[in-house]
Design a protein around this ligand. Structure first.
Ligand code: UGA
Length: 421
């Protein structure tokens, strides 16, 4: 099938690479010419295990990146994968979705072909029908266009595996022709396909991320209580997760959830509810617990060191989780901001994410390895579950004082205290 993917961000890139691997012909459109050049050289502009290999295999064969919308006229299906960043009040900024919809409309104007336009970007319920459809129809002056919403459930660091082996594929579509076309694309995956209305598909994505975020905040709340009881929350949640109605996943207590999705999507769902006149008190609490975890870890540090003003603190891990260089929404960034507010001197290290962290916190001092960051530090906070941090032991002797707190449960070193264990 000929497909156009609009947006060469994380989702658009994975989609392009994986569809190309499946044998489809892909045109990836992105307005950033530097990014397009990198992709066309067979490399990924963002880190994701396995992505470079697929790109270099398919680029120039059945995958090409371009800044030019004109060529989408040749495609059968057009996926919208542009970013939907948060606004300061939690609402979703749909500027890029609007602009992509207009550009698609203009590009397909006058064409005799039928097109299926599929929204992959995470958008507030109602966006595909009320905004994307309106703009595309207005600018294309065409009526034979189908619309669908097909949410993604890819985890950074596991995106290719998640794409190829989905738990389920959700196809939100209000008419048969487009629904069947999209179904054809996903048929070869051995996984259930659930067909819904467009707005239900949009809501499935929001509700899924809100559910996962809720599990994490719930575990953190139980963890904070267990810490005060002096018992091991991991042992408690193991017992809880063995109930098949609950399941053991996403029950790991710690510093909280980060990334470009959970914080943004829960905040957006809160705004959606409020705009409908409903007060989503549970979702607000999920966010509140998440915001409080970085403060708790800094409080623990205060309890051990007293005033941290002028003290040097090694922060190991800056990415929002392991296997990514992404620092968006990272709890490490929140903790560093708290530390800097209190006048501490931060010595940071991450195997992949230093460059991105420095873009978020100007002047952040990053070291080339954990040992360098630990040397002469008054305390250390472990923020990301990188396997190399679980092996640290003797390296802690380089510190001025051995105050070590972890926000993710990875260390077996007896000197390490956990945020909720
Ligand atoms: C998440 C979802 O898992 C994907 O299904 C979804 O497609 C994606 O958002 C999205 O909306 O695009 P991702 O943000 O890559 O994927 O990361 P996760 O692996 O879900 O982790 C999110 C955060 O929760 C991380 O900071 C992680 O450390 C934290 N977490 C996860 C916990 O604190 N405890 C857990 O038990 C699990």
């Amino acid at each position: 099938m000929m497909m156009a993917i609009i947006g060469g961000g994380y989702v658009g890139l994975i989609l392009s690479a994986c569809f190309a691997k499946m044998g489809h012909f892909i045109m990836l459109i992105d307005s950033d010419s530097d990014k397009v050049d990198v992709i066309n050289s067979g490399r990924s502009p963002t880190y994701e295990p396995g992505l470079d290999e697929i790109l270099s295999d398919h680029i120039g064969r059945n995958l090409i990146a371009t800044t030019c919308y004109d060529r989408i006229r040749e495609s059968d299906v057009i996926f919208i994968c542009v970013g939907t960043p948060p606004m300061p009040n939690g609402d979703t900024d749909l500027t890029m979705v609007v602009s992509a919809s207009r550009s698609i409309g203009e590009a397909i104007k006058g064409s005799q072909r039928y097109y299926a336009i599929v929204v992959k970007s995470t958008v507030p319920p109602g966006t595909t029908e009320n905004l994307v459809k309106r703009e595309v129809l207005k600018y294309s002056d065409k009526s034979d266009i189908g619309f669908a919403m097909n949410p993604e459930f890819l985890r950074e660091g596991h995106a290719i595996e998640d794409f190829m082996h989905p738990d389920r594929t959700v196809i939100g579509c209000n008419e048969t022709r487009t629904g069947e076309l999209i179904e054809l694309i996903y048929k070869e995956f051995n996984s259930p396909i659930i067909k819904t209305s467009i707005i239900e598909a949009e809501m499935i994505k929001y509700a899924s991320n809100a559910m996962l975020a809720t599990k994490i905040s719930f575990s953190n709340e139980i963890g904070n209580i267990c810490k005060r009881l002096g018992i091991d929350t991991y042992s408690v949640m193991k017992g809880v997760g063995m109930d098949h109605r609950i399941n053991p996943h996403f029950l790991d207590a710690g510093i909280g959830f980060g990334g470009s999705c959970f914080p943004k999507d829960v905040a957006s769902l809160i705004r959606v509810a409020e705009n409908l006149g409903y007060d989503p008190s549970l979702l607000k609490s999920v966010m509140k617990v998440n915001e409080q975890q970085p403060k708790i870890i800094v409080e623990l540090l205060h309890n051990k060191l007293g005033d941290i003003h002028g003290k040097s603190i090694a922060v190991l891990g800056l990415a929002f989780k392991k296997d990514t260089d992404d620092t968006r929404g990272s709890r490490a960034i929140s903790v560093i901001r708290e530390l800097e507010r209190a006048g501490a001197i931060v010595k940071a290290y991450d195997p992949l994410a230093c460059r991105n962290a420095c873009k978020e916190i100007s002047g952040l001092k990053c070291y080339s390895d954990a040992q360098a960051a630990l040397k002469d530090a008054d305390a250390c906070i472990i923020m990301t579950e990188w396997p190399e941090f679980s092996k640290l032991g003797a390296e802690f002797n380089l510190m001025k004082s051995k105050v070590i707190i972890e926000g993710r449960r990875i260390s077996s070193c007896s000197d390490v205290e956990g945020i909720c264990w």
